[in-house]
Design a protein around this ligand. Structure first.
Ligand SMILES: Nc1ncnc2c1ncn2[C@@H]1O[C@H](COP(=O)(O)OP(=O)(O)OP(=O)(O)O)[C@@H](O)[C@H]1O
Ligand SMILES: [Mg+2]
Length: 473
């Protein structure tokens, strides 16, 4: 210590610590005092009441910068620092991206989510709190670090971002020319058998059918399982054939929905299934559900816009998109972020929620960080998969909450009363940022250029459109 003092690495301080206790009754006061005493004494800190000097003591703990008691102890810097009353964890590291500004001490929250136990995050806040804004900023900054992004966008609000960085934007709707075939299979990885790939996908597909056909009885479940296996087999896609040929136009192309219908119509007890499936193989729905895939996932930023999808079909479309994305993710190892905005659309159905949870849980193994964005915590937590998704997300961002949801939020994330009040009154773009075991108050801040790319403020968008028109002449 002497050496450190001589070289001024440490300093000596005269230090006093005073605590004022408030209570409504004398008994309450004593209880708190006893409690406090035992907490501190267990850490070998002994406190004494300021007998006959209560008034001076009170003045000391008021913000007057006066010490009338002058009961001091000598301490050097290191132990003294542990008494710093504003516990603010530094979330600054040498790598990663700027998430925002730490509201406790104005330091920068610099951080790489890929260094955490898992790279998943969840974001909860009311509409307009700045969820999408923050996520866009994050993806924009991660793109610069070589991380790719895939976004499921129910509002088509990431389109501009995709255009600005040269990414792909797929408008998924009944009328669009972009199709996803749910029968597509990923190529098996080296450690995977063709049989397992087929099996897993058939189980998934039964899940999709459950959503599409409005539930399946246990018998129908069994029939569907068999029918799917046969549908693949009819195209020679079986555990015995070479997976390299699967899905090739000149090899063994994947079946489509009407192939399943054909198989089902030959099976006994499947009449009702066939009837229900025909909604998707004939008529207006066929354009989307009964086509081979033609979506290219090669771009570094890929956005699936589903705003124009019929509300009724959205959970299915989401499920299909998510499966398609998962296929891409598992077939090539790469650092990626997957963003599911307005995730409650997916959480609406049991199978959708379960698939999302599966994705979140296995993401780490594929170098993937899944960001789940939700407005309504109540809805999210109602699903059996809500809590596990949160548990599997090392990163949590809470922004402005509504009085209707705050209690669930408080319970879920163990917030103190102050933190609760903070969240109720948080301005746009501010919130609490949990990373692993640490948390800070954060303000999300974008540069002017970034803001121009990611804003959703209608008047800003109009101005940008205007400017573009003028430039484009
Ligand atoms: N950190 C920020 N700094 C400046 N403006 C912001 C910030 N965050 C959000 N905004 C602005 O606030 C508005 C709402 O933000 P955003 O679209 O991100 O809300 P949201 O939480 O995604 O809402 P919704 O749930 O309705 O999609 C936008 O106009 C956006 O430009
Ligand atoms: Mg949004």
């Amino acid at each position: 210590l002497r050496d450190k003092l001589q070289t001024a690495q440490e300093r000596m301080f005269r230090f006093s610590l005073y605590i004022t206790i408030y209570a409504d009754t004398e008994k309450g006061l004593r209880d708190i005092e006893t409690n406090l005493r035992s907490i501190l004494e267990s850490r070998l800190i002994y406190i004494k009441p300021a007998l006959y000097q209560q008034k001076e003591g009170f003045v000391c703990t008021s913000p007057y910068d006066l010490d009338l008691l002058m009961v001091t102890t000598l301490m050097n810097t290191a132990p003294l620092s542990s008494t710093f009353p504003f516990i603010s964890f530094d979330l600054s590291s040498n790598e990663g991206i700027l998430y925002g500004i730490n509201r406790h001490n104005n330091s920068l929250v610099l951080f790489d989510r890929f260094t955490l136990a898992n790279s998943n995050s969840v974001i909860f806040a009311v509409s307009g709190a700045g969820k999408s804004y923050m996520v866009k900023l994050e993806i924009l900054r991660y793109l610069m670090l070589g991380v790719d992004g895939i976004i499921i966008d129910p509002e088509n609000e990431y389109k501009f971002l995709a255009e600005a960085v040269g990414g792909s934007f797929f408008n998924i709707s009944l009328a669009s020319e972009h199709h996803i075939n749910p029968f597509d299979l990923p190529p098996p990885r080296e450690d995977e058998k063709a049989e397992d790939v087929l099996r897993t996908n058939i189980i998934n597909l039964v899940g999709l059918m459950r959503i599409m056909l409005g539930g399946l009885t246990p018998e129908e479940d069994g029939i569907m399982d068999r029918a799917l296996t046969e549908t693949y087999a009819a195209k020679d896609i079986t555990p015995e054939t070479d997976p390299k040929l699967w899905g090739r136009k000149e090899g063994l192309p994947f079946p489509i929905m009407s192939d399943l219908e054909a198989v089902l119509s030959t099976m006994e007890g499947a009449e009702s299934l066939v009837r229900r499936l025909q909604r998707f193989t004939k008529g207006v729905y066929a354009g989307f559900f009964n086509q081979p895939s033609n979506i290219d996932m090669k771009n570094r930023l890929v956005v699936f816009g589903i705003r124009d999808m019929e509300d009724e079909l959205r959970p299915m479309a989401l499920f299909m998109i998510l499966r398609y994305i998962w296929k891409t993710i598992t077939s090539e190892m790469k650092k990626r972020l997957l963003i599911v905005d307005e995730a409650w659309w997916l959480m609406k159905t049991e199978d959708g929620a379960s698939f999302l949870f599966g994705t979140v849980k296995r993401a780490r193994k594929y170098w993937l960080g899944v960001t789940t964005i939700t407005q309504d915590v109540n809805d999210f937590m109602k699903s059996d998969y809500g809590k596990p998704i949160i548990t599997n997300s090392s990163l949590v961002l809470l922004m402005k909450q509504s009085p209707a949801t705050i209690n669930v939020v408080q319970k879920t994330f163990n917030l103190t009363e102050e933190e609760k009040m903070l969240l109720l009154e948080a301005p746009v773009g501010e919130g609490m940022f949990f990373a692993g075991t640490k948390h800070v108050l954060i303000k999300v801040l974008a540069s002017y250029t970034e803001d121009q790319i990611i804003t959703t403020a209608p008047e800003e968008l109009l101005k940008i459109k205007q400017a573009k028109k003028e430039l484009g002449g």
